[in-house]
Write a protein that binds this ligand. Structure first.
Ligand SMILES: *Cc1c(COP(=O)(O)O)cnc(C)c1O
Length: 351
């Protein structure tokens, strides 16, 4: 089985399971779970914030963030393709009466500064109050250029907006950014995070933990988020068993994200040159492949062919392959070979 649907599909490693078993536990609703408290301190410290909150999902983390930053009748500026706009059931609007103002993305995933500027509403009874800029990094596997992150967040704060980062894959961004700058991934993660008032990170994606995200921010902000987490039903009891997995992931699975990025590149290289396949050069661990021309009509047949060989991916005309802890070069090569075979192409030549 080569499961390339998402980096959420990983199984906890033996060492992670051992850490979970060994975790000291308490009731976190009483604030008494030492493993949850340790994780919250660790992630807050790592990213340079006063406090953090362990939450079951990234969706709940973004919801707590938006509702902590905004009141009813406020709005947040967000990308059309951002998870916190498009993929969360409209939660901020449904539960918080907070209106999203979606903006189109530029090809590199950024929101144009001029578009952000133009979307900030004047103080006028006709308009929702623009309160928050929400960015996502990585977005669709793309690393937002750091200079852009600085500019966009500086613009937001100069206009009195708070700034939230959906950093579900912040550590993928940090590892990719470190490869560019020659810096350290942890330092890069912190550098990105420090442009924002709040940051959400997922442990259940590339970091390989089974469950959980963390929201980071100031002590006051996290106190508000804590109340919202309670309302959302996210107060968990002996959650340390999960926090221990997340803690283990922070200690052992950040630097290895570079392996996932290399595998995504290997996959893209392997698929190069097949007629009808437009392979987007991956920047991190996600490979998008657009099917064009006659290949487009073969899309369902291709996915069936892959499934028949135990290879799973998502998409239809735009296929998505995500690399992670539980995929290796052999698996990626199998997926490439199966796709090449389907299009009757000779095997890829790995140097
Ligand atoms: C996965 C993801 C989330 C949160 O997903 P959950 O399934 O709710 O944990 C949020 N934002 C982004 C960008 C994501 O990729």
């Amino acid at each position: 089985m080569v499961d390339l649907r998402s980096d959420t599909v990983t199984q906890p490693t033996a060492a992670m399971r051992a850490a979970m078993l060994a975790a000291p536990l308490g009731d976190d609703v009483f604030g008494g779970d030492p493993s949850v408290n340790a994780l919250q301190e660790k992630i807050a410290g790592l990213l340079g914030f006063e406090a953090a909150l362990f939450v079951p999902t990234g969706t709940q983390s973004n919801l707590c963030a938006i509702l902590s930053h905004c009141q009813r009748g406020d709005e947040y500026l967000v990308g059309q393709m951002a998870h916190s706009y498009r993929w969360e059931g409209g939660g901020a609007a449904v539960f918080g009466s907070v209106q999203p103002q979606p903006l189109n993305h530029q090809p590199d995933g950024t929101l144009a500064l001029a578009d952000i500027e133009a979307a900030i509403k004047p103080d006028d009874a006709h308009f929702a109050r623009t309160r928050l800029l929400a960015l996502e990094n990585t977005l669709g596997g793309k690393l937002l250029p750091f200079e852009y992150v600085q500019q966009a967040t500086a613009l937001a704060s100069s206009r009195g907006l708070n700034r939230h980062l959906d950093g579900a894959r912040l550590f993928n961004a940090a590892v990719a950014q470190a490869a560019q700058t020659g810096g350290n991934p942890l330092a890069e993660a912190r550098r990105i995070a420090q442009c924002f008032d709040s940051v959400s990170v997922c442990f259940s994606k590339g970091l390989g933990a089974p469950v959980g995200s963390a929201l980071c921010g100031s002590r006051d902000f996290i106190a508000r988020a804590h109340r919202i987490r309670k309302m959302a039903g996210g107060g968990m009891r002996q959650a340390g068993v999960l926090a221990a997995a997340a803690s283990h992931a922070l200690d052992h699975h950040i630097h290895r994200l570079a392996d996932d990025h290399a595998l995504a590149q290997r996959m893209a290289d392997g698929l190069a040159g097949i007629e009808g396949l437009q392979v987007e050069a991956p920047q991190t661990n996600i490979v998008f492949v657009d099917l064009t021309g006659t290949a487009r009509e073969q899309s369902s047949a291709l996915l069936k062919h892959l499934a028949g060989q135990g290879i799973q991916a998502t998409g239809l005309y735009r296929l998505r392959f995500v690399t992670h802890l539980d995929v290796d070069a052999v698996g990626v090569d199998r997926a490439v070979a199966a796709i090449r075979q389907f299009f009757k192409q000779p095997a890829a030549n790995h140097a």
